[in-house]
Design a protein around this ligand. Structure first.
Ligand SMILES: Cc1cc2nc3c(=O)[nH]c(=O)nc-3n(C[C@H](O)[C@H](O)[C@H](O)COP(=O)(O)O)c2cc1C
Length: 383
């Protein structure tokens, strides 16, 4: 069995000193121009200093009209200096630093991009409460966006990142192209499975071509949709197989909890757990089997202890990503490594000022975390 503290070599060459990955977590706390703030740098430094072998940033936008967050930008040449500051913090303890790239498509935030600028594979609103109907992207627009991903990946390289991760999960634009619910285009970019895979594969190919063979390229994937009319695991297996052919280093299987196989719901209900769909197969095992020898697999969702990590590795993952556990306790990995799991903080303090100060979380991120009750355990909240 793979030991969580053993090193791992990505096929493009980077070496992670252990199998633990800091999961991507947006702070919603960047400057309006997309540059990283001192609070975000402190947040990243403290978590990365705990020794993650690999660390993935919050999602960075590649195009202004795709912004879902007050997040970091990778959309313009001026963003490179800010990205370079972030890369240095992510590499503070020798970890492999990965910049996550995304576009929000129909879940871009209208208050950031403008009500009339929302665009998506098809003119269909997302299931999120109050969602506006986007307009259907033109072919010229989506081709331009593929180039935006390629150029953003090169900026990550110029900034000193060791790799990039394409955010194809959690209902963002690449996921939307893959989903039969969100993509009902009648042209060559929508319809059957082959056409729904075309945009994600085109982005992955452009990015790999843009950064060359020595930079890590990962792809984050929701392995099946929680919604009954969504895609299932068999479709995701085909996509995973095709991505592996494009020399992607790893596939990152995004689940809210890898044991219960619950993917993130599009309506963003944090208190209702999705029921697993399909035939009970483990998405990690099924995808690991199909890409074996070509591409690594990262598991994520609900990993809180070394034993959890061991279970995910035993299911077929090569690496395990940890989000909320390291958000709540920035010293999570140190405590796991020293066998002091009993000392891990599993709840945020009650007072927002204490959350920011004790846990090194940007105050604006604290506001957004507390705006979603039931998502992150907090003292005195019953969760
Ligand atoms: C505050 C917060 C922000 C997140 N932002 C991102 C993001 O930018 N990109 C992404 O792919 N996932 C994002 N996620 C999802 C996490 O990466 C992870 O998949 C999810 O929290 C489940 O893993 P966990 O149980 O270890 O937290 C975010 C999660 C949290 C809690």
């Amino acid at each position: 069995m793979v030991a969580p503290w053993s090193s791992f070599r990505f096929q493009s060459g980077a070496i992670a000193k252990n199998r633990f990955v800091l999961a991507p977590m947006t702070t919603d706390a960047s400057s309006p121009d997309g540059s990283v703030t001192p609070e975000e740098l402190a947040y990243a430094r403290r978590r990365c200093a705990s020794g993650f072998g690999t660390a993935i940033t919050a999602c960075a936008y590649v195009h202004d009209d795709g912004r879902s967050w007050n997040g970091i930008g990778a959309a313009r040449a001026e963003h490179v200096a800010s990205l370079a500051r972030l890369a240095r913090e992510f590499q503070v303890a020798g970890g492999v630093a990965i910049l996550q790239l995304y576009d929000g498509g129909r879940i871009a935030r209208a208050s950031l991009v403008g009500d009339d600028r929302l665009r998506a594979p098809s003119a269909i609103a997302s299931l999120r409460p109050g969602a506006l109907t986007p307009r259907e992207m033109t072919v010229a627009e989506l081709e331009h966006l593929i180039e935006s991903f390629r150029t953003a990946a090169r900026r990550a390289q110029d900034a000193g990142f060791d790799g990039i991760e394409l955010h194809g999960a959690n209902h963002y634009l690449m996921h939307q192209f893959f989903s039969p619910r969100a993509n009902q285009r009648q042209d060559g970019w929508g319809g059957d499975l082959d056409r729904r895979m075309r945009f994600p594969l085109a982005v992955a190919e452009a990015v790999r071509e843009g950064v060359g063979s020595t930079m890590v390229v990962g792809y984050r994937l929701t392995p099946f949709e929680a919604e009954p009319d969504g895609y299932g695991l068999d479709d995701a297996i085909v996509l995973a197989d095709r991505l592996a052919d494009l020399r992607i280093d790893y596939l990152h299987i995004s689940l809210d909890d890898f044991r219960s196989q619950s993917p993130q719901r599009e309506d963003r209900s944090y208190t209702v757990q999705s029921q697993p769909r399909g035939d009970g197969r483990s998405a990690i095992t099924a995808i690991a089997e199909v890409v074996a020898g070509r591409c690594a697999v990262v598991a994520c969702g609900g990993i809180r202890t070394e034993a959890d990590a061991g279970l995910a590795l035993a299911a077929g993952a090569d690496l395990v990503a940890v989000g909320r556990a390291a958000l709540v306790d920035p010293d999570w990995l140190v405590k796991v490594q020293t066998g002091d799991e009993a000392a891990i903080a599993t709840q945020l303090p009650h007072d927002p000022r204490d959350i920011a100060r004790e846990r090194t979380i940007p105050p604006r991120m604290v506001d957004y975390l507390l705006g979603r009750p039931g998502w992150i355990p907090r003292q005195g909240s019953g969760s």
